[in-house]
Write a protein that binds this ligand. Structure first.
Ligand code: C2E
Ligand code: SIN
Ligand code: SIN
Ligand code: FE
Length: 366
């Protein structure tokens, strides 16, 4: 049982899915009606959980200080309570929110490598009898296995967040010269790409990676001269050729990166102007030879370019732009991407509206 528990944990790197999996497994193993995992927030003033059974989809925040779980945090020791409503330490406010009636409680601390309590594992209402010493021993073992998994997931997320932030800053640098609203533009590209990637049936991890990497698609524009990049009229043949180098320049900037996310970005930068019919650039790749992430960003990019005002063109309406993209299925764009666009037209429209809305606190007007 423990081996299979450990193996299941090993397959999950993100914090939320990990906590959900833990809660379900522990509830089953211990034979309880509910399981929740509370974590102490960074400032140490609150306990929060994304996985209180009964509050699906909502995070629950509790002030640190009240209730059995706070006792476990402060004491660093497991607790068992047979009849919660007779125990003055019990805080019934969660029951009031969930409509659940807590009877018995068993809670054990989650400790980091230094022995500091950073969370609590709690099971409620044992199905048969009361929680006993044996249950407590079992929950203790599960908690120590869970603790190291939760610690790694947190480290992974911190690392990933700072990585993603750096990527977004880098993307802004590239767009800075020819865009006035880089932040909204980059967010829109990410959203469109996410919706299309999901619509193409890609797994969640890939959808997320494409969303993160897509804003770097035009990073190669840093190497294009102002005279070309900022030109208000149509480009001459030479200028077009220079402009098209932004794809290979992007590849040169990113492709030798170690990070899988940056390597994905490199692939997107190189191939986001390829066309399904093979008439794109820089390599003239055709159909399924075009990497899937690049096919997706190609459509996201054009939707964003058409709906925005550029130095060389007026802004098109969403409807005109969507019609254009649907008509280009099998020509400029991969039919699967266009099908995903058609099916998710409402979500795309919503993402476009979000892009048009001015945001408070934008850094663009000091
Ligand atoms: P961008 O402005 O971000 O446009 C990205 C892509 O959106 C374009 O790739 C094109 O596929 C599509 N697109 C943009 N505007 C239109 C349009 O009015 N009609 C149609 N059918 N498609 C449109 P493309 O053409 O390879 O251009 C790449 C980049 O080259 C553009 O990025 C822009 O920075 C620059 N560029 C392209 N054409 C011109 C131009 O006539 N004048 C200037 N100054 N720059 C241009
Ligand atoms: C632009 O600056 O690129 C267009 C303005 C906007 O979409 O807010
Ligand atoms: C990923 O591709 O999902 C993560 C890899 C990274 O952060 O570099
Ligand atoms: Fe481009």
């Amino acid at each position: 049982m423990l081996v299979s528990f450990g193996r299941k944990l090993g397959g999950v790197v993100r914090l939320r899915p990990l906590l959900c999996l833990l809660a379900d497994e522990v509830r089953r193993i211990v034979g309880a009606a509910r399981c929740s995992i509370f974590l102490v927030d960074e400032r140490g003033r609150e306990l929060w959980t994304p996985v209180a059974h009964g509050l699906e989809g909502k995070d629950l925040h509790l002030p640190l200080g009240a209730g059995i779980i706070s006792h476990v945090v402060f004491g660093g020791k497991a607790m068992r309570v047979a009849d919660a409503y007779r125990d003055p330490r019990f805080d019934p406010s969660v029951d009031r929110m969930t409509g659940f009636k807590t009877r018995s409680i068993m809670a054990v601390p989650l400790k980091d490598r230094e022995g500091r309590t950073f969370g609590v594992f709690q099971v409620l209402n044992k199905r048969r009898g009361d929680f006993d010493a044996e249950d407590e021993g079992l929950l203790d073992i599960l908690a120590s296995l869970a603790a190291s998994a939760v610690e790694s997931a947190r480290l992974y997320e911190e690392l990933r967040d700072s990585h993603v932030e750096t990527i977004q800053r880098l993307a802004r640098t590239a767009e800075y010269r020819d865009m006035h609203d880089t932040a909204a533009h980059l967010r829109a590209i990410g959203r469109y790409s996410r919706i299309l990637a999901r619509g193409c049936g890609l797994p969640d991890s890939e959808v997320e990676s494409i969303e993160c990497a897509s804003p770097l698609h035009d990073i190669g524009k840093v190497g294009i001269r102002d005279a070309v990049l900022l030109k208000t009229g149509p480009l001459t043949a030479d200028e077009t050729e220079e402009m098209r180098r932004h794809t290979t320049l992007g590849w040169e900037i990113l492709s030798r990166a170690k990070s899988p996310l940056l390597r994905l970005a490199a692939e997107i930068a190189l191939s986001h102007h390829e066309r399904f019919d093979g008439r794109g650039y820089p390599r003239g790749l055709k159909g399924d030879k075009i990497p899937v992430a690049a096919r997706i960003v190609a459509a996201a990019d054009v939707l964003d370019a058409l709906t925005a005002e550029r130095a060389y063109k007026r802004a098109w309406s969403f409807e005109e732009s969507a019609r254009y993209i649907l008509e280009e299925g099998g020509k400029q764009f991969h039919p699967k991407v266009v099908a995903a666009f058609g099916k998710a037209a409402d979500a795309m429209h919503e993402a476009w509206e979000e892009r048009c809305r001015p945001r408070n606190g934008a850094a663009s007007k000091p």
